[in-house]
Design a protein around this ligand. Structure first.
Ligand SMILES: C[S@@+](CC[C@H](N)C(=O)[O-])C[C@H]1O[C@@H](n2cnc3c(N)ncnc32)[C@H](O)[C@@H]1O
Length: 252
């Protein structure tokens, strides 16, 4: 007789939708409780996986992997190893335990972005990983890691540099936006409302560094030029100088 976890894993291998509450039973109760806010829904992970397969991505990094939910679903549905990097050790342990339960080929690395070689990957999945730095403490996952505006800017700059230096055909999928700037060498190939926000697939059209960028804003995105135009109309000096810093800061 099939165990519940075998049944769930087989359904995902067939790319069948599995209810999040059923998938999440592999995790301890405290982790299940925050799933709706912090972990990728199964349906979002399945759509991302089929988009990435359609555009030839072979090695995917989940930037801020949490309890590995995206990595597990995507690795089962694609039959490829999916890698995640996660800063919180207790989440890494939960991710590894869940991946073992579902027999999913997941590599879950404990560390921060500075501990990974981004050139190993041809695709990045970004579920607004650094947004928590700017949330009210009541809305943060926990206080086990440093969370600050400074940290957020550092991590955004790291990923912006990865994307700017990446080779042509690198894919990026964002859910709830990335929070940083997508170099203008990328173009958006897919977008759809999914889960509790928008899912977008970007692909790098040509190698080389970008002269401008796109910024995801809610259900839309703005180009560097559109933001330049907005900046001239801002009345507050503080807002204008923040916008100038965003516009003038090099991507890499
Ligand atoms: C919104 S959760 C997404 C979890 C996972 N990607 C998913 O979709 O299920 C963001 C995760 O990113 C992690 N994170 C944020 N900044 C990080 C950093 N600089 N290095 C490693 N992990 C980070 C957080 O600890 C959190 O677990």
């Amino acid at each position: 007789m099939l165990s519940r976890s075998n049944f769930v894993a087989n359904a995902i291998r067939r790319r069948a939708r599995v209810q999040d509450s059923v998938f999440d039973r592999v995790y301890p109760p405290g982790i299940q409780l925050v799933s709706g806010t912090f972990w990728t829904p199964v349906d979002v992970a399945l759509t991302t996986t089929s988009w990435l397969a359609a555009f030839g991505a072979k090695s995917v990094l989940d930037v801020g992997a949490g309890v590995g939910k995206f990595c597990i679903v995507s690795s089962l549905a694609s039959d490829r190893t999916v890698t995640g990097i996660e800063q919180r050790s207790h989440l890494v342990e939960a991710a590894r335990a869940a991946a073992a339960q579902y027999d999913a080929p997941v590599e879950c690395i404990h560390g921060t972005l500075d501990s990974i070689d981004a050139s190993r990957f041809d695709a990045f999945y970004l579920f607004n990983p650094f947004g928590e730095n700017l949330s009210h403490p009541d809305e943060q996952l926990d206080a086990t890691v440093e969370l600050s505006r400074q940290r957020c800017l550092h991590d955004l700059a790291t990923v912006e540099r990865w994307l700017d230096l990446a080779p042509a055909r690198t894919c990026v999928v964002t859910y709830h936006g990335f929070g940083g700037r997508i170099p203008s060498t990328y173009h958006m190939l897919r977008t759809t409302p999914k889960g509790t926000d928008h899912l977008r697939l970007w692909m790098k059209r040509r190698s080389g560094r970008a002269g401008g960028f796109f910024l995801e804003v809610g259900d839309d995105f703005l180009s560097h030029q559109q933001l330049e135009a907005i900046s001239t109309r801002l009345e507050s000096e503080e807002h204008r100088s923040r916008m100038r810093a965003l516009l003038d800061r090099p991507l890499s």
